[in-house]
Structure formats: structure tokens, C-alpha cells
Design a protein around this ligand. Structure first.
Ligand code: ATP
Length: 246
């Protein structure tokens, strides 16, 4: 069963989105009660064990159907772009075509030069005319990232966007996303405490009983991911891992 979230704008102007309530799968409680505010212009990183409901939180904020029963309120102020775990690429379109898909579906004339620049920025310039079946899993994930960035929305929901990438590419995509999404409100679901420590202006852990705020390693420079090897970033990563293993 699924329940569409009620939608509306959060009453506080500095909030880009607000989700409060509880969720069940059938009769079994999934999570809650939770109360999550996404503050405008911030990256909120959402961590939690597999199956606890992180993707569900994203879909509720996006106003999409979920497979769960949700009782509460879901509000967002701005148009939203969602990058789901599954890249969801269209098989008969090439990389550029997939990046421009949203604009085409809306009947807009897509900015091809911008799409090409984003494809180059995610390291796929030489594969711009390849179809998805000729790409690796990590390359497909980067196409989905470029498509999400192309959407140019003020609220961006990213569901494990770098999970299929090798460490070097992942670090590069984290830095690129921090730069290109500067000033946007981002909710990033990740399993990686190092990623949360690099990117989070706020870090929250979702458990069956609710949300717990976690310490962040000081302020983040605008448009930048924190250096992965700064002592305070490594300490925050270790503290998050300790909490996740507890
Ligand atoms: N369409 C659906 N129908 C029934 N149950 C669903 C459906 N979608 C998700 N669920 C259940 O809801 C729960 C939460 O799923 P969700 O994908 O939100 O978890 P998650 O924390 O994002 O997991 P992961 O980290 O493994 O991606 C899971 O137990 C899942 O089995």
C-alpha cells in the first residue's frame, strides 16, 4: 500500500522542506516518529542501516509514491530533482540524450552545450554518444548524476549517488557536486560516513526509533567538500562509524 504525501510549502522561509511523521510497512513500524527540516542552502546527509527507510524519506519529500504507509506531513518549498539509486537510464538514448531527458519530457528545448559540459565534468566526454548498455555501472551512475545536475533545481535529493564509483572517482564527484550545487538545498542519502563527513552541513542518523543529529567537523567552505584527510574530518568519520556500529 502506498500513501501520497500531502504537499505544501513549509511555513518557515529558511526551510526548503519539512517531513514529520511515522511510517509502517503493512502493520510493522518502519520508522518514527521523525521530524526532519532541510534548511535552505545546506547539505543534509542521511545515514542509517539498510532497509530503515532512507529512500522512503527521500520519496516522501519528493512527493512520490512509496510502498509504505506514512502518517504525518511532508512539505517542500521548491521544485525538486531526485537522483534515485537506480540510474533509470533510457536504453535507446545516448548519454547526452539521457542527460537532457527531463527537458525533452517537459517539451523544453534542452541546452545541449550545457549537457555536454556536464557530461565532460563527470568524465564521460568520450562516451557522450554511447548508449547505456555500453557503460559500466559507475559510468551509468555518473550519467544519472549529470542528468540530476542538468535539472538545475533548488532542492536536490540524492540517493547514494556515488555508491558505484571507485574511491578516486567518488572523491572527484563529491567535490564536483559540492561546487555545482553550491547554494542549493541537498539531501544526500549515503552509507559512507567518510562521505557524510566531507559533505554534511548537517548529519543525521535514521534508526527505527527516530532521527539522531550527529556532530559535523566544523563549517564547510562554500562550494567545497571538506578535505578527506583533515584530522577533524577523519575524526568525524570515525565517530560516525562508531555510532553506526553501536
Ligand atoms: N514498494 C514497496 N512495497 C513494500 N515495502 C517496501 C516497498 N518499498 C520499500 N519497502 C520496504 O520499506 C523499507 C524501507 O525501504 P527503503 O528503501 O526506504 O530503505 P533504505 O534505508 O533506503 O534501504 P537501503 O539502505 O538498503 O537502500 C524496507 O524494509 C523495504 O522492504
Amino acid at each position: 500500500m502506498s500513501t501520497a504525501a500531502p504537499s505544501g510549502a513549509p511555513s518557515h522561509p529558511q526551510l526548503a522542506a519539512h517531513l514529520a511523521g511515522r511510517a509502517w510497512v503493512g502493520d510493522a513500524p518502519l520508522f518514527g516518529p521523525i521530524d526532519l527540516d532541510l534548511r535552505a542552502g545546506e547539505w543534509t546527509c542521511l545515514l542509517g542501516p539498510s532497509g530503515v527507510g532512507k529512500s522512503t524519506v527521500l520519496r516522501l519529500i519528493a512527493g512520490l509514491e512509496t510502498g509504505v504507509r506514512f502518517e504525518g506531513i511532508a512539505e517542500r518549498q521548491t521544485p525538486v530533482a531526485l537522483m534515485a539509486q537506480d540510474p533509470g537510464l533510457i536504453g535507446w538514448l545516448d548519454v547526452i540524450g539521457n542527460v537532457m531527458l527531463g527537458a525533452r519530457l517537459r517539451g523544453e528545448r534542452p541546452d545541449r552545450a550545457r549537457a555536454e559540459a556536464l557530461v565532460a565534468a563527470v568524465g564521460l566526454a568520450e562516451r557522450a554518444d554511447h548508449r547505456p548498455d555500453r557503460l559500466s555501472g559507475g559510468q551509468r551512475q555518473r550519467v544519472a548524476l549529470a542528468r540530476t545536475l542538468f535539472e538545475d533545481r533548488p532542492l536536490v535529493l540524492l540517493d547514494e549517488p556515488f555508491s558505484a564509483l571507485d574511491a578516486r572517482t567518488r572523491a572527484g564527484m563529491q567535490s564536483l557536486s559540492a561546487r555545482l550545487l553550491e547554494g542549493r538545498t541537498v539531501l544526500l542519502v549515503t552509507h559512507d560516513p567518510a562521505e557524510a563527513a566531507r559533505l554534511g552541513d548537517r548529519i543525521v542518523l535514521l534508526t527505527e526509533t527516530g532521527l539522531e543529529d550527529q556532530p559535523i567537523p566544523g563549517p564547510r567552505a562554500p562550494g567545497q567538500a571538506r578535505p578527506f584527510d583533515a584530522p577533524e574530518v577523519m575524526a568525524a568519520e570515525a565517530a560516525l562509524l562508531r555510532r553506526m556500529l553501536a
